[in-house]
Design a binder for this molecule. Sequence first.
Ligand SMILES: C[S@@+](CC[C@H](N)C(=O)[O-])C[C@H]1O[C@@H](n2cnc3c(N)ncnc32)[C@H](O)[C@@H]1O
Length: 247
Amino acid sequence: MALTFQTDDWQSYKMDYGQPHRELEPLEKEIAVVDAALGALREAGVLPRTSYDQAKMLAHRKAVAELFEIPWTAITPRMQRLLYAINAIAQPQNVIAAGVFCGNTFISNAGAAVGPGASYTAKSLIGVEIKPNEAERAERNVRRIDPTGVARVVAADAIEVCRNFPVPIHLLYLDADGGPGVGKGIYLTILQAALDKLPPGAIVLAHNSVNGAGQLQRYFAFVRDKASFGESVNVILDGEGLEVTVR
Ligand SMILES: C[S@@+](CC[C@H](N)C(=O)[O-])C[C@H]1O[C@@H](n2cnc3c(N)ncnc32)[C@H](O)[C@@H]1O
């Protein structure tokens, strides 16, 4: 049986993809929902604790709103907070984010270690985007928040980057779209390319566990199989969803 965390209101909690910074609910409600999700992840043994720096999360959000060019995004405020919190709690040294488009998804992860929301020190945070012009914009966006270069975006195929990555990957974030006929099915190919670089305790995050579920059935079967992974929880707090898996 798949482990699931689900809010009562995930179907009515909706964003306008063209208005990424619009508040959808009172902040206290957003924090409570994400706290409950983090509690479920702790209970499942995916995370060691649930606490993270609330003020730094808001500093991260403010910097993204002020400095990023975002044509559209499907990252809701709840998802932005959840991604930030998972990274702030797990403190991954090396991160790969696959399919980052304009970089908003990537910085929701990396912002826990760079820029005004930084709450730990990481080694290498890499966003991978296959379309060169999108990668260029994402890199431009990320540079405005992180002048150090710890977080950076490369124009490449995430499958190749994972296959050739020379050091352990402590957190892998999946958001690539393989196009007609493949779509989110590409997650499994990217994960398999990264598999031997994921140490015990590594975290794998898969966006679109709800609205991409049709294309993710083989991915779900793989990450929910104890032969390769520890626990896996489908976190459903918006219409996109996030499958959170620990190695
Ligand atoms: C739909 S977007 C993700 C958007 C994100 N959910 C958001 O809300 O901002 C998926 C991105 O994955 C990229 N992509 C597709 N295949 C890829 C691959 N093999 N490696 C890296 N990026 C890839 C696409 O070019 C596209 O920009």
